[in-house]
Design a protein around this ligand. Structure first.
Ligand code: NAD
Length: 307
């Protein structure tokens, strides 16, 4: 199947989904958009998308449905249906393709894949990494769990939104890769915030300290492009009061997914567990759960948080 100029039903236009959908439009795809938030739909229609109406209406006329939703419960409800409402798998034309880019449990991805297969619909879990900057620039990494032949079919579509596209393995493998990555990211962010805070409490300039660590053995992805201290990197979420980024509640969800995965594995994840505890403590405070995950710096330096 040549996916070029195909009709995509894009469901979930949040911090990540909206810029991803814009990149599909730029590459010539026909995109029908769906979100519970009418403003998000209006902004995409302004950019050239069609208003898809409901998820079922959009899917019924699409070749490919792509979802970018917060968590597993939303993904299962959209694909499988809930509260007497049909899921999109029930209305997708046979031979259609379903791609879920949300970060959810591998087990949930395998469940949706199995239900899709019963209806002759190919499914891929294709979670992403790269943040909203990567989504806007079309440089996301995709970690795909799908049959090899299906992976090759959707490659051109994913290349319209990303730069590094990996075939992680069969159904669910994309989610396992993503959960491992995000557990590491949670640990890196918490550790980086802790180190920056310790230096600042001891009189160092956060920009100078960050530069030193970035070019020394503590260097990492957070220090390279996502510094948690306000103003060190004006384009990072810390420079815009921790808004429009990767919400702390979503990082907490991912750290819980990692622990859940480890529960069924002959291995503990004490570092991931510690990061989960820190995010739990942080997100429990009024207003913090919606702030970008770099705001965890506020556990150490409360003065950095917005009023
Ligand atoms: P978000 O909360 O900004 O966006 C989710 C969107 O889904 C919202 O616009 C919401 O209205 C919509 N939605 C929820 N339920 C819906 C339904 N039933 N039908 C239609 N629309 C519905 O979240 P996000 O930051 O865009 O993240 C989406 C997914 O990507 C999450 O699983 C997250 O963990 C993952 N992710 C996020 C980032 C990031 O930097 N923000 C990076 C990589 C992966």
């Amino acid at each position: 199947m040549n996916t070029k100029a195909k009709h995509i039903a894009f469901i979930g236009l949040g911090n990540m989904g909206a810029p991803m959908a814009v990149n599909l439009l730029k590459h010539g795809y026909i995109v029908s958009v769906v979100d519970l938030n009418a403003d998000a739909v209006a902004a995409l229609v302004e950019a050239g998308a069609r208003d898809g109406g409901s998820a079922q209406e959009a899917a019924a006329v699409a070749d490919i449905v792509l979802t970018m939703l917060p968590a597993g419960e939303h993904v299962k409800s959209v694909y499988l249906g809930a509260e007497g409402r049909q899921g999109v798998l029930a209305v997708l034309p046979e031979g259609a393709f379903a791609i879920d880019c949300s970060t959810i449990a591998a087990e949930d991805a395998r469940l949706v894949a199995a239900e899709a297969a019963k209806r002759g619909i190919a499914f891929a879990d294709a979670p992403v990494s790269g943040g909203i900057a990567g989504a806007a620039a079309g440089t996301l990494s995709f970690m795909v769990g799908a049959e090899r032949e299906h992976f090759e079919r959707i490659l051109p579509l994913l290349q319209a939104m990303g730069k590094n596209i990996f075939h992680a393995g069969g159904h669910g493998a994309g989610q396992v890769a993503k959960i491992c990555n995000n557990m590491l990211l949670g640990v890196l962010m918490a550790g980086t915030a802790e180190a920056v805070a310790l230096g600042v409490q001891n009189g160092l300039d956060p920009a100078v300290l960050s530069d030193i660590m970035a070019k020394s053995s503590g260097g990492n992805w957070v220090l390279n492009g996502y510094n948690p201290y306000p103003g060190v990197m004006p384009n990072a979420p810390a420079g815009r009061a921790y808004r429009n980024g990767f919400m702390s509640k979503l990082m907490l969800k991912d750290l819980r997914l990692a622990e859940e995965l480890a529960r069924h594995t002959p291995q503990d994840t004490p570092m991931g567990g510690q990061a989960r505890l820190l995010y739990e403590r942080f997100a429990a405070e009024e207003g913090n759960a919606d702030l970008d995950f770099s705001a965890v710096l506020g556990l150490y330096l409360p003065q950095v948080l917005p009023e």
